[in-house]
Design a protein around this ligand. Structure first.
Ligand SMILES: Nc1ncnc2c1ncn2[C@@H]1O[C@H](COP(=O)(O)OP(=O)(O)OP(=O)(O)O)[C@@H](O)[C@H]1O
Ligand SMILES: [Mg+2]
Length: 440
């Protein structure tokens, strides 16, 4: 039991940026396996590559590098052991419930009688009996998603993939369906041996999953995993359940924290090195310009696609900028829109001196790498250190070229904020109040 079903190893996925502007990395060096008899949840923020990873494991798209295997064999083309439930239901409006459910079975080449038998069984399982000949438009959202689920279950896939299956449903409907799926799994009547569930919802992950894998962003990567190790059905009132949910909240809102199962048992999660948390590659001038533009566009949320359009950029071009302003606390990002925070408005409308002060405070508070550089310089009597010192540390966490870019970005930010200076001739970083560097 518990053998590996689907495995990705060192998988990277890049997408070409428009107009030949290089590649966008959606997933970087991801290794993960789906084992038999487990419910595995992938938890991560929007853009962390969850759907991309699912599509790769389902064989719908190939990885750029790395390997994908199913049952130990390299996967080439759609994974026959997988059926997928989509967030948007993906029903065909001109087909009835049973016809929609039979779709996957037609593809599997089953004959008519067997198709009907399996479809009816699945419809029954999701509580839709009596609605076989209804059309999708006659159904509520919750019932539509039941059809989506029945369609996947009818195939009796070894692994059921669910990509945010409840996020288009209202809270109560989602909770009902979630509970029913959990009951079905716990009863042992579930037709699949494993479930891979993608979600944004921390409680949902802990409620349903045996193992929660947390993805980080920029680029998408695996931060760590947690074994829920709870008795089934998972009880929300259980102390460990609550601690796990709390721990995952902490981890999800602090990208520099370690996702360790043992820290969920109690105590604070362990800190990762401040140098491992990447800075988004944007210059301060770019950040200011972007914030000024947002300020010009007025109050309230601005649609990211519209901002991109006005700047003649793609949403991908804006990615690092948006990430930078969000990380610095200058804007909030939700539902495809970006909103200036009061601090972001101040920064964009202040004098250059005030802007520098605001930027310095935010960079120190929220950018661990900047704070660590300043701290290290303070430790030195002459308030100065060789650039190599920082490059060596960064080299532990990033490929060499990226380590150099990280350092260049840190220097750009540090200089603007007047937190530290960089002397390219001496190749040294120093505090603004450091004694003058003597040439050797
Ligand atoms: N076909 C594609 N071409 C270009 N970029 C893509 C493509 N598919 C995904 N991406 C990019 O890759 C990143 C990861 O996307 P993905 O949809 O996997 O994220 P996700 O974690 O599922 O996000 P969400 O929670 O919003 O569904 C995003 O920045 C997205 O814009
Ligand atoms: Mg997605």
């Amino acid at each position: 039991m518990n053998q590996t079903l689907i495995a990705v190893e060192h998988v990277t996925k890049t997408f070409p940026l428009p107009e030949g502007k290089g590649d966008f990395t959606a997933l970087s060096d991801v290794s993960l396996s789906v084992r038999s008899t487990e419910v595995l949840a992938l938890l991560g923020r929007s853009g962390s590559g969850k759907s991309t990873l699912l599509r790769i494991m389902a064989g719908l798209i190939p990885p750029t590098t790395g390997s994908v295997t199913n049952g130990g064999k390299p996967l080439a083309g759609p994974n026959a052991d997988v059926a997928m439930v989509f967030q948007g239901f993906a029903l065909l409006p001109w087909l009835t419930v049973i016809e929609n459910v039979e779709l996957g079975l037609v593809a599997a080449g089953l004959e008519r009688h067997e198709r009907a038998k399996r479809a009816l069984k699945a419809i029954d399982m999701v509580g839709l009996d009596g609605f076989e000949s209804a059309y999708p438009k006659e159904l509520s959202g919750g019932m539509k998603q039941r059809v989506g689920l029945a369609r996947a279950l009818a195939v009796e896939p070894k692994v059921l993939f669910m990509d945010e299956p409840f996020s288009a449903l209202d809270v109560l409907t989602a909770e009902n369906l979630r509970g029913e799926i959990d009951d079905l799994w716990n009863s042992g009547a579930f037709p699949s041996s494993s479930i891979l569930l993608v979600t944004h919802n921390i409680e949902e992950a802990v409620l349903l999953a045996d193992r929660v894998v947390v993805l980080g962003s920029n680029p998408g990567h695996i931060r760590g995993e947690i074994q829920t190790a709870l008795e089934r059905p998972h009880n929300r009132n259980d102390g460990r359940f609550k601690r796990l949910v709390e721990h995952l909240y902490t981890v999800m809102t602090n990208p520099e924290l370690e996702v360790a199962a043992d820290s969920a048992g109690g105590g604070a999660p362990k800190k990762r090195s401040p140098y491992s948390r990447a800075l988004p590659h944007v210059r301060v001038g770019g950040i200011s310009g972007f914030l000024e533009l947002l300020l010009d566009m007025g109050n309230g949320p601005q649609d990211i696609a519209r901002v991109a359009d006005r700047l003649a950029l793609t949403e991908g071009d804006l990615f690092s900028l948006i990430d930078a302003v969000r990380l610095l606390g200058f804007a909030d990002v939700a539902g495809g829109a970006v909103t200036l925070t009061p601090l972001g408005r101040d920064f964009a409308s202040a004098t250059i001196l005030q802007s520098k002060e605001i930027f310095a405070k935010q960079a120190l508070d929220r950018m661990p790498m900047i704070a660590a550089i300043v701290r290290a310089l303070h430790e030195k009597a002459n308030k100065s250190m060789r650039a190599e010192f920082f490059l060596d540390i960064l080299d532990e966490y990033f490929p060499l070229e990226e380590a150099k870019r990280q350092f260049a970005t840190a220097v750009d930010w540090g200089r603007y904020a007047e937190l530290f200076e960089f002397d390219a001739v001496e190749d040294r970083v120093y505090l603004p109040d450091a004694p003058a560097i003597k040439s050797a």
